[in-house]
Design a protein around this ligand. Structure first.
Ligand code: PLP
Length: 388
């Protein structure tokens, strides 16, 4: 695509997806073939076998690379497979410093899979640069963070953390699933690698599981590409098509997710029974200023704490009609969940308590419904949660 057209709204629609040269189809056909005829042994048109490379997957990879401002991207069968591929680039004996408030599956990978292969992780609050410095070891090769974090929505200073990691000779990987490249581009802030669960905002319609890894480091990309082909956790062409279709509306969806979340966060802050609302767009959020500088808008995720604890949370989630009680996030429809018993149930209880994932905490993925309808549903649920 002509580099003159570099705005994210335009890239989301067109990057990596030229009109089909044979038919002129504006939406390129989904390339289902598993294999590709070769003119002579070893001489082909750039594709030989679909696990190694596939035309629809390549379009998705090029589109996400353009959105993140990276030079290379690789698509995987899930966000966890994408994360695992980055971890698999580490040698046994390497050390990782990871943010202590991450998706439970990332914790599971580092603690219960990669530790068995000699890769040790220290979990720290990466909003504190002092904690990062204290955790670094001579063998630290990777710093891993999400921002905003999950489910406590802490905001990590990507530029500051990347400077510390770089000075130490470690790579910084940012899981950009919550913010998306519409709100922040970690590579431009100094990160070396970005991962996404495309299952969430990038696809945006809760109908495809996938992941991507983006970088501008050609050597790292080659290693990741080797792992993608060797381990084979690749997405189907149809899933790649779904994400490509979802990406077209990503900028407009994110704008509305953020608008709805901002209004709901303010409204929730004034509701009886709600002890605390956690949203980077609220002035009382501990990293409110950083969020305003680092992100274009505060995002579509918010969490809040019910004074009535687990009983109130169970009642609220049981009473809602519009917001579905479900794991996952980033789809057009609003979802609500209870991290302590759902997404973060796998964390040791002591770690959950230390982080502040208490029994009254609920997390909302604010969707695109009319905000007044969301309020109406939550109002009824909160009334139910306060019943004696
Ligand atoms: N990263 C984040 C921030 C997530 O929330 C999730 C899943 O919820 C993942 C990664 C893992 O993605 P997937 O479920 O596509 O494997």
């Amino acid at each position: 695509m002509n580099p003159r057209f570099a705005q994210i709204e335009t890239l989301a629609l067109h990057a990596g997806q030229p009109h089909d040269p044979q038919t002129g189809a504006v939406i390129p056909p989904i390339s289902l073939s598993t294999t590709f005829a070769q003119e002579a042994p070893g001489r082909h048109k750039g594709f030989d076998y679909s696990r190694s490379d596939n035309p629809t997957r390549r379009m998705l990879e090029q589109c996400v690379a353009a959105l993140e401002g990276g030079t290379h991207a690789l698509a995987f069968a899930s966000g966890c497979a994408a994360a695992a591929s980055v971890m698999q680039t580490l040698e046994p004996g390497s050390h990782v410093v990871a943010c202590d408030d991450v998706y439970g599956g990332t914790f599971r990978l580092l603690e219960h899979v990669f530790r068995n292969y000699g890769i040790e992780t220290t979990w720290v609050d990466l909003t504190s640069l002092g904690s990062l410095h204290d955790a670094l070891r001579p063998e630290t090769r990777l710093v891993w963070t999400e921002t905003p974090t999950n489910p406590l929505l802490r905001v990590v200073d990507i530029a500051a953390v990347s400077a510390v990691a770089r000075a130490h000779g470690a790579l910084l990987c940012v899981d950009n699933t919550f913010a998306t490249p519409v709100l922040q581009r970690p590579l431009a802030l100094g990160a070396d690698v970005v991962v996404h669960s495309t299952t969430k905002y990038l696809n945006g319609h809760s109908d495809s599981v996938g992941g991507v890894v983006v970088t501008h480091d050609a050597q790292l990309h080659q290693r990741l590409r080797f792992l993608q082909k060797s381990l084979g956790a690749v997405p189907s062409p149809f899933d790649c098509f779904l994400v490509l279709r979802g990406l077209k509306t990503l900028p407009v969806r994110i704008e509305r997710h953020c608008g709805n979340a901002t209004r709901l966060a303010r409204w929730l802050s004034a509701q009886p029974g709600v002890d605390k609302v956690i949203y980077p767009g609220l002035a009382d959020h501990p990293q409110h200023t950083l969020a305003a500088e680092q992100m274009k808008a505060p995002g579509g995720m918010l969490s809040f704490v019910l004074g009535g604890g687990r009983t109130a949370a169970d009642r609220l989630l049981g009473a809602l009609e519009l917001l579905a009680c479900a794991e996952s996030l980033g789809g057009v429809e609003s979802l609500i969940e209870h991290p302590a018993s759902m997404t973060h149930a796998g964390l040791p209880p002591a770690l959950r308590a230390r982080l502040g994932i208490d029994e009254g905490l609920v997390r909302v993925s604010v969707g695109l419904e009319a905000e007044s309808d969301l309020r109406e549903d939550l109002r009824a649920g909160l009334d139910r949660a306060r019943e004696p």
